[in-house]
Design a binder for this molecule. Sequence first.
Ligand SMILES: *Cc1c(COP(=O)(O)O)cnc(C)c1O
Length: 388
Amino acid sequence: MSEETASAARRFESLAVHAGQAFDPTTGAVIPPVHFSTTYAQDGIGGLRGGYEYGRSGNPTRSALETQLAAIEGGAHALSFASGLAAEDALLRALLQPGDEVLLSNDVYGGTYRLLARVLAPWGIGLRIVDMSDLEAVRAALEERPAKVLWVETPSNPLLRITDIAGLADLGHAAGAVVVVDNTFASPALQQPLSLGADVVVHSTTKYLGGHSDVVGGALVINDDALAEQAKFLQFAAGAVSGPMDAWLTTRGVKTLAVRMQRHSENGGAIASFLESDERVARVYYPGLESHPGHELAARQMSGFGGIVSLALADGVAARKFAESTRLFTLAESLGGVESLLNYPDAMTHASVRGTELAVPEEVVRLSVGIENIDDLIADLDQALAAV
Ligand SMILES: *Cc1c(COP(=O)(O)O)cnc(C)c1O
């Protein structure tokens, strides 16, 4: 077997550790060095070594991350950006012309809605909202009017709705639309949308891929060569690239993604069961629970249910009190780090969608369950419920 065939056959955990991470050929350093140089010596005019010319157009540390990300999502091309929203912006501008329309699922990251509604809409991009966990609603929306892009998060943020990616891809492709999946919540360790028929995967690598709440970043993973070329052009021409240190930290995070997601899922499942059996909690949203309407679908298209658990208390007052009463869970925005975080969407992550179709009920609290000891986590939630 050739070296290349051997690597292509490797599985997720091995790719996460090794893809793009060959040791440094000049020194043997097992961890490839971080390349901070902004410019590259040329052997005569245009004589580039390895294609590198200037830090915005290409950087070896960023390339290493892009190789790693493409490998773990099972995609042909990956592009790394300064943030998840920078990646989304580049993708949308690569895909859309004034007059085009985006069909957005009704439970997405507030910043994605804000980017479309407040930045791109003034440039002539149309936006329609639909519940994408309901494929009949998507079909009806596409029959009413075509859309250029279908954009979905599954599991969604923060209500953990599950959308059938393969079904959505079939519907979208039949209508000539590009199907984009924001895979931030599941991560490729649990779900690989390209293999289910999606055209593009979007990531906020700030979350599970980085995994340690210490680096902001974003990525696109794309199979189509022409679309990847257009997005790469915007990465270069608009310039929202990830810096070398950010790219390197993300690469380091990805190496442990598989083991972290396993623990996040175990802890998430245990906490969802604890909350579901507690009468102080009105409702629990977690796709691993049999009571979740998307449970069977999630079990089919995901290999684990992840670490995000949302819960509803009796009302907004109770939710706020609970959110301010935990000790081990830190009240903070963001998610996906090794430490447990708690977020009150209505006033924090989703404040920008208050009063819109995407508004989050005020009794909902979102947990990003970390990798701490499960008994400590449950004890903390128990005492916070007692404080309500
Ligand atoms: C955080 C997040 C984003 C935005 O990413 P940034 O890195 O904050 O720009 C997009 N989608 C989802 C699901 C997110 O959680």
